[in-house]
Design a protein around this ligand. Structure first.
Ligand SMILES: [Zn+2]
Length: 78
């Protein structure tokens, strides 16, 4: 089985990038830096590669995983 990745349609733009929380992921060795979640202020991991992802996917911004879940982003089961 293969997963087909389709280009996002114009109507799909927007959304938020999930930043892993430092309390869930104590250490990262990929060059990520700790930032405060712009929504709740919790420390979470930011990687400079995120900028490219946000640009390509036309995301509205980034927030920690918990805030993203609260917003319903990335959760199609609700
Ligand atoms: Zn947050």
């Amino acid at each position: 089985m293969s997963i087909k990745i389709e280009p996002r349609k114009e109507s799909d733009k927007g959304g938020y990038l999930c930043l892993p929380l430092c309390k869930n992921v104590p250490e990262r060795k990929d060059g990520s830096v700790k930032i405060h979640c712009p929504v709740c202020g919790e420390m979470c991991w930011w990687n400079k590669l995120n900028i490219g992802v946000m640009f390509r996917s036309k995301l509205d911004g980034a927030m920690c995983t918990e805030c993203a879940i609260r917003k319903g982003a990335g959760n199609d089961n609700t």
